[in-house]
Design a protein around this ligand. Structure first.
Ligand code: SAM
Length: 288
């Protein structure tokens, strides 16, 4: 499918945000108090050869601790979400805007579980090239779906082997802030349409107006690393996804991010604490 939308790679546009969060996972994986271990993150970041990571590495220790602290919490939360879903009988997982997510490789999936990764073509190509070079072996039946989430991604997903009659675990992590309202509405409607009973969806969600969570402090950090956060975020108002999902018949659980962090014994420091104050993780379940 040819997209009419702009394309980016791992060092440009919103693609570079995937590199930044992989950088955070690389730092988190080195911490003594780490909540996750992503053994591929450092190789992925190094392979991109971007000055962004040098800038990041040269950042004050408190800043790196804050960023990796947040990403450790978020990554652990969604790792557990997928493992619970798999234990509960889900047979396929779809990672919407997978970026440099390596869960298809590093989680202990049940035999044969299919993991679909959707992102822009150049982002997925970079990831495949790098992981092939270091002989990384997926621990799942991994399928990449190179497509823009503002296009007809459902057809691309089905062409890659997705089966809408089977229960699915969906994930939208680090995605919704970048989608315009109509693409977010289409995304939720498509997930709803393709979800058999027993399906789940988990979302990293920032409540309220977007310029509220893209604080001046966060934007200054982004600029230092060459990322124009507010330029990448879509700031138009839209309904809260919890309301959208409930209206469509899903049961939704909303967990404040700072409380999740506290549950892991971690107090988020610095700018991530303030960021997490407007943040929560939504986990939705479709019974019938
Ligand atoms: C902050 S990164 C998060 C990546 C991954 N979920 C993670 O947490 O590591 C944002 C990702 O969203 C992807 N993305 C944003 N808008 C997209 C779109 N319209 N279509 C496909 N991918 C998109 C970017 O390419 C990037 O990989």
């Amino acid at each position: 499918m040819t997209s009419t939308h702009e394309q980016w790679d791992i060092v440009s546009g919103v693609g570079i945000t995937a590199l930044a969060v992989a950088g955070g996972r690389a730092v988190e994986s080195q911490r003594e108090d780490r909540l996750i271990n992503d053994p591929y993150a450092a190789d992925l970041v190094a392979a991109a050869g971007s000055t962004m990571f040098t800038e990041m590495e040269n950042s004050p220790a408190e800043l790196l601790e804050a960023m990796s602290g947040y990403l450790g919490v978020r990554t652990r939360f969604f790792d557990e979400y997928f493992l619970r879903a798999a234990a509960g009988g889900v047979q396929q997982a779809v990672i919407l805007a997978s970026g440099l997510d390596t869960r298809a490789f590093r989680l202990a999936w049940p035999e044969g579980l299919r993991v679909f990764e959707i992102d822009q073509p150049k982002v997925l190509q970079f990831k495949d090239d790098t992981l092939n070079r270091i002989d990384a072996e997926p621990g799942s039946d991994r399928r990449v779906v190179p497509v823009d989430l503002r296009d007809d991604w459902a057809s691309a997903l089905e062409a890659a082997g997705f089966d809408a009659t089977k229960p699915t675990a969906w994930l939208a992590e680090g995605l919704l802030p970048y989608l315009p309202p109509e693409a977010e509405a289409q995304l939720l409607a498509t997930v709803d349409r393709l979800s058999a009973p027993g399906s789940r969806l988990s979302i990293e969600h920032m409540a309220g107006p977007r310029d509220r969570f893209a604080t001046d402090e966060m934007q200054a950090i982004g600029r230092q690393w060459g990322i124009d956060l507010l330029g990448l975020f879509s700031t138009d108002d839209r309904p809260d996804p919890e309301d959208v999902l409930k209206r469509a018949g899903w049961q939704v659980r909303r967990e404040p991010t700072n409380e999740i962090a506290a549950g892991y014994g971690r107090e988020l420091p610095g700018f991530t604490r303030r960021f997490a104050e407007v943040g929560c993780m939504l986990t939705a379940f479709r019974e019938s």
